[in-house]
Write a protein that binds this ligand. Structure first.
Ligand code: NAP
Length: 254
């Protein structure tokens, strides 16, 4: 597996969960990976160590998204890390994965502060990261925005979160058209319920209930979603752009 040999990738929010699995997978395919995190420095270091022990290359970058200057911090660390290791700041793959969610808030109890935070991290930051990334992205690059199956299934307590994911799907649609002349593809990947290491997945009764939602009657593994992202990031994904890719394990089949 060296489909990404010589390529560079940034995976936001790769200190754990789907982001970590994606960083590990892209590195296994040969990419030099920037492992972004906000607070969990140990988790990011663990991702980097896993990649290095598999023979890959990675480095960690800290930036708190949804805050003023967060995107600037991200690109400062990214460009410095890439220049040091690859000799240039050129980027081939951007995975806008970092996201925040609540356990669910009734519509009439959702505060303005909660809305602001969800939109700042899940919608505004990916927009600004993609915008800034264009300055360093090579032609034929890849942008993969992580959405959610919740944009297709009405879940009233997750209205605000689902709205942010609807926004990232719009980012995908319009950017795909804008960037096609450069051969850059832009796609959304929508996970369903995916084990991200949260202790809730270790509670047998809860895990059993969650598993029933997938057509395969299992909770997704982060690696299941990472495989879909890796396909879109690879040269094999060159003819797919502006697309919504269902990575919910058939949850949306009903
Ligand atoms: P997770 O385990 O909760 O990890 C979230 C990641 O995002 C962490 O690396 C975290 O960094 C980073 N992050 C959170 N807030 C941030 C902020 N303000 N600034 C910078 N980084 C921040 O995530 P996950 O469950 O794997 O989900 C990954 C993506 O898939 C998210 O976009 C999520 O909405 C989407 N998704 C997940 C599921 C699921 O069931 N897991 C389902 C549908 C969609 P730190 O660790 O450093 O704080």
């Amino acid at each position: 597996m060296s489909k990404l040999a010589g390529k560079t990738a940034l995976v936001t929010g790769s200190s754990r969960g789907i982001g970590r699995a994606t960083a590990v997978r892209l590195a296994a395919e040969g990419a030099l990976v920037a492992v972004h995190y906000a607070e969990n420095a140990d988790g990011a270091e663990q991702t980097v160590k896993t990649i290095e022990s598999d023979g890959g290359a990675a480095f960690a970058v800290r930036a708190v998204l949804g805050t003023s200057g967060g995107v600037q911090d991200l690109f400062h660390g990214l460009e410095e890390g890439l220049k040091e290791r690859a000799g240039s700041a050129a980027l081939d793959v951007l995975v806008n994965n970092a996201g925040t969610a609540t356990m669910g808030t009734p519509f009439d109890q959702t505060s303005e502060e909660e809305l602001d935070q969800l939109f700042a991290v899940n919608a505004q930051a990916p927009f600004l990261i993609a915008q800034r990334a264009l300055a360093v992205m090579r032609d034929n690059g890849r942008i993969i925005n992580i959405s959610s199956g919740l944009t297709r299934v009405a879940t009233p307590d997750q209205t605000a979160y689902a709205m942010t994911k609807g926004a990232i799907e719009q980012l995908t649609l319009h950017l795909a058209k804008l960037l096609a002349p450069r051969g850059i593809t832009v796609n959304s990947v929508a996970p369903g319920i995916t084990d991200n290491g949260n202790p809730v997945f270790g509670i047998p009764e809860v895990a059993r209930q969650m598993a029933q939602l997938s057509a395969f009657k299992k909770v997704g593994d982060a690696a299941d979603v990472a495989s879909v992202i890796a396909f879109l990031a690879s040269p094999d994904g060159r003819w797919v752009t502006g697309s919504f890719v269902d990575a919910t394990g058939g949850t949306l089949l009903g």
